[in-house]
Design a protein around this ligand. Structure first.
Ligand SMILES: [Ca+2]
Ligand SMILES: [Ca+2]
Ligand SMILES: [Ca+2]
Length: 243
């Protein structure tokens, strides 16, 4: 009996959705998460999944519609199927993860071994995302909707669950960036893995570099360098004036 009990505990600990956690996050708090959008460059679209509910079917959240729980995000013309949003248990949800690239919501799937994303208007250049997985997975990009047509590009995703810690709880704690460069126009992306065992965040279009993680103040550095250059220019001008 003890062995079976121990095995069950390990299994629970290694899934993204933890059924033993009772979510406490309120609808108001979920909407506030959605309003705290990361500052991404306007030339790229980043789906950070913030504003989705806990264990919430994404559906038309990014397509002018609603998620399963009735939330709405920006209308990017992107429709998801099978995929769910889930919120970190440290933020009041039921997600067993940490260090997610944009707190506190990620995308995962359950009840199937893959999830899909359709972009009816098509997209080009490339596609990138952060992932964390306890199983081998892959991402496939197709030129037809629903994973049909020609395979334009793919990337395999080795397990990377690691033995890290963070924020302060969560087994799925290591997030690696991957990109799928391709030529042509893509209309769907298929996320392949195993149910409840692979998570994604910061799905980024128009760039092969996924949206920056929090705590990387790229814009601050740009401001700092700008101030330095202006200061150096003024010193040079001042010295010339004296001369
Ligand atoms: Ca977190
Ligand atoms: Ca956590
Ligand atoms: Ca996120």
């Amino acid at each position: 009996m003890a062995v079976i009990f121990c095995g069950a505990m390990i299994t629970d600990a290694q899934t993204i959705y933890d059924p033993n956690v009772v979510p406490t996050i309120t609808s108001k708090q979920i909407k506030e998460l959605g309003q705290q959008h990361q500052k991404f460059p306007s030339s790229v679209i980043v789906l950070d999944f913030e504003g989705l509910g806990d264990y919430d079917a994404i559906n038309g959240f990014y397509n002018g519609g609603t998620s399963g729980d009735g939330y709405s995000g920006t209308n990017y013309g992107i429709e998801f199927s099978v995929a769910l949003g889930i919120i970190d248990s440290d933020a009041g949800g039921s997600g067993n993860f940490a260090n997610e690239p944009s707190p506190s919501t990620i995308m995962f799937f359950i009840g199937a071994s893959q999830a899909q994303m359709n972009v009816a208007a098509g997209f080009s250049t490339g596609f990138s995302v952060f992932y964390c997985s306890s199983v081998a997975g892959s991402i496939e990009v197709y030129d037809g909707l629903d994973g049909t047509g020609n395979l334009l590009g793919s990337v395999s995703l080795p397990p990377n669950i690691g033995s890290c810690t963070g924020d302060p709880n969560g087994t799925y704690c290591q997030w690696d960036p991957v990109s799928v460069p391709f030529s042509g126009t893509a209309k769907s992306v298929v996320f392949v893995g195993a149910e409840n065992a692979i998570g994604f965040d910061n799905v980024t279009f128009g760039s092969i570099t996924p949206g920056p993680t929090p705590g990387v103040p790229i814009s601050n550095w740009a401001i700092f360098i700008g101030i330095f250059l202006i200061g150096a220019f003024m010193v040079v001008r001042f010295r010339r004036t004296l001369a």
